[in-house]
Write a protein that binds this ligand. Structure first.
Ligand SMILES: *Cc1c(COP(=O)(O)O)cnc(C)c1O
Length: 480
């Protein structure tokens, strides 16, 4: 047996390469990554390859090892250079993300040290770091020190944790699930009904509150609607306010919603996945008014804090209910020694073992300090306004109102041509060109093209390039 163990060790040691090999591989990967970053400015924001990345399927898992250079080559051809280039300054579709370089270094340290950030006992420093970030976000939103939270994989899981916690706080029994009423709008994010379903509350009634002309949730009849529901034997339960809808970046009247929720004793959730970190700049102070009265807030550092995908956050005042919804223990965890003042991430989330996300958030924020984040957010806000003002000046272009955040809507209205069809052609032409990537939406039957400025690399010259491309494509389609 000893012989066999030694023979197995000889092979299994391949999993733990010596320093020379590690340095060689690391250099190879960082050289590749830096080449990618240095060429970003000249590469397209959107690439459509015929095989749609299918080439990667040739690289299935096998017994024998492969060369790193081959693997990097296949990554480049089939993954990196296909689809939306999310790192590109030209990515202005959907709600773009970020990908700050030091986040990759934070991930590297998190993976190499493999700290177990789900529980305090095995990694007290790691858990303290994640909770420090939660406390910073709580302060930023005006929540009390005693509030809780979690670094999640994204806004969807954050919304789920908020809904599960709200369910616990209200002590709702399954016999009443079908009587629950959740107040949202047509512009609320689809992850909310999805989270309700996952939380077992799929039978709850979704009350879609009407929107005003600017697509903001109307509050003028909300009181009556809630009272009417209660009178009809239903259980008004949860109000969602969007602080920046995904579609148009519109901000719901947060303070009014907070007051109505408080009056009727409903859980008030603010889905600020897109807009949350715009709190770092003073311009939007009024729009954030009342967010401190919320019971829970969803944030997405991988949107307005420019981090790489896979970084969300949820903030919740009622830590007890958060624990009630998520805390479990087991025989094999008997050695755990809890901290008196630190929350275990695993006790307030569906996850146990998890990625140590704190590092990818903390490292860039400490290395850069807050100043460039504030500047970048204000810059993106102004770029969206600048785009809006410029496009309005071009004949036959129409825009969808002054943007609340960094999403602007526009469309071209030709003299003799169906506008919806024309704009479908226009977005197709922009996407085929690929230098800038935009997406579109339909509101009340009208087809709009969206410009979402949120990649930290997007600057004035990219918006000017977009304006040039638009004119070029309109001329092309008109002369077809
Ligand atoms: C993006 C977004 C979500 C979902 O977040 P993910 O990180 O994609 O899971 C939820 N709500 C709003 C308003 C969003 O913009």
């Amino acid at each position: 047996m000893i012989e066999e163990i030694k023979e197995l060790e000889r092979i299994s040691r391949l999993l733990d390469p010596p320093e020379k090999k590690r340095i060689e591989w690391t250099n190879h990967v960082t050289t590749h990554a830096n080449k990618f970053l240095s060429r970003l400015e000249n590469n397209k924001a959107y690439l459509q390859n015929e095989d749609q990345g299918a080439g990667i399927l040739k690289y299935d898992i096998e017994e024998e090892p492969s060369e790193l250079s081959n693997l990097l080559q296949s990554f480049e051809s089939h993954i990196q250079n296909d689809g939306i280039n999310a790192a590109s300054a030209g990515h202005m579709g959907y709600i773009p993300g970020g990908g700050l370089y030091p986040s990759a270094l934070g991930d590297y340290l998190a993976a190499v040290s493999n700290k177990y950030a789900g529980i305090f006992y095995p990694a007290p420093g790691a858990v303290r770091l994640e909770n420090l970030l939660i406390r910073w976000m709580n302060r930023l939103m005006g929540f009390p020190e005693s509030s809780g939270g979690n670094l999640t994989s994204g806004g969807s899981i954050s919304n789920l944790i908020a809904i599960v916690t709200a369910r616990e706080a209200a002590e709702i029994k399954s016999k009443d699930f079908h009587r629950l009423v959740v107040y949202i709008s047509d512009e609320s994010h689809h992850s909310l009904p999805k989270a309700l379903k996952i939380a077992g509350l799929g039978e709850a009634q979704l009350r879609h509150i009407p929107l005003d002309a600017e697509l903001r949730m109307r509050t003028d009849h909300l009181d009556e609607i809630i009272e009417e529901d209660a009178k009809n034997g239903l259980l008004p339960f949860f109000i969602n306010g969007s602080l920046g809808t995904t579609n148009t970046g519109t901000i719901d009247p947060i303070n009014m919603l907070a007051n109505i929720a408080r009056k009727h004793n409903l859980w008030f959730h603010v889905d600020a996945a897109y807009g949350g970190f715009f709190k770092l700049i003073p311009e939007l102070k009024d729009k954030f008014n009342g967010i401190e009265k919320a019971d829970s807030i969803t944030l997405d550092p991988h949107k307005s804090l420019f981090l790489p995908f896979g970084t969300g956050a949820v903030l919740i005042k009622d830590v007890k209910a958060m624990h009630q919804g998520h805390q479990y223990t087991a025989d094999y965890l008997q050695d755990l020694v809890d901290s008196d003042d630190e929350i275990n991430p695993a006790d307030v989330s569906p996850e146990l073992t998890k990625h140590f996300r704190g590092m990818r958030m903390w490292l860039p924020m400490k290395l850069f300090g807050l100043k460039p984040f504030r500047a970048a957010l204000r810059e993106k806000l102004l770029l969206a306004q600048y785009f809006n003002e410029q496009i309005k000046k071009v004949p036959k272009f129409e825009c969808g109102g002054k943007p609340d955040l960094s999403v602007a809507l526009f469309r071209y209205v030709p003299d003799k041509y169906d506008a919806n069809i024309f704009n479908q052609k226009l977005i197709r032409a922009i996407q085929d060109d690929g230098r800038i990537f935009l997406s579109s939406t339909t509101i009340n039957g009208t087809f709009w093209i969206r410009v979402a400025v949120l990649v930290f690399r997007t600057h004035l010259r990219h918006v000017d390039l977009l304006l040039e491309i638009l004119q070029e494509k309109v001329d092309l389609i008109t002369n077809e």
